[in-house]
Design a protein around this ligand. Sequence first.
Ligand SMILES: [Zn+2]
Length: 232
Amino acid sequence: MAKKIVSILMLSVIILLSSIILPLSTLAFLPQLTVIEWSIELSNGKVTIYAISSEDDSMSNPDYKLLPYHWYTTAKYYVNPSNKYGFSVSDVVNAIKASAEAWDSQTSAQVFNYMGTTSRSAGRYDGYNVISWGRYRAGVIAVTYIWQVGGRIVETDTRLNTYYKWSLNGEAGKMDVQNIMTHEFGHWCGLDDLYDDKDYWLTMYGYADFGETYKRTLGYGDILGLQAVYGA
Ligand SMILES: [Zn+2]
């Protein structure tokens, strides 16, 4: 009998404690949202173009900058292929998978895992890492949403701005899906934008332009940054 009373007492103490601690801990673990917008080249005056190398020097440029957070597990991502550009589902998925593979092929860690298509939208904290097209303001090509808790990313979404025209093969006057997504996946990996002219040819250079495809392939600094996070 006495034992039973003790254990019932213990139980109520545990319930009481957890009713205090649980709301506190959920508050502490509420993910912080960071929104990384990718501006169209020269649109916000942050860069001067006079010092850009005329030749692609990305394989000898070791520059990179890390974000204060990254994924500690494989980022399982879904693609919403719905678009107004006439792209087939498989062409969209293949372009985005190629973007992820550019990073994954440079580390022994498995950074990304393609899970399938979805009808979900990017930009919502819903437990799914989603890439989709969607509306956004002019001047921003794509936007990556990062939800993190104490430096650990718990969800990442990327929205491609329907304000712009898009292409799967680097057409003039359009944004190339693979080019843009390779850069955005760099943010998923924990890399930040670089705004110096000397970093123009790196994938993590902070501006992009129509018809551009050179960011599909990583430069030396992009790879060094990835490996600083995930190992070689
Ligand atoms: Zn960026």
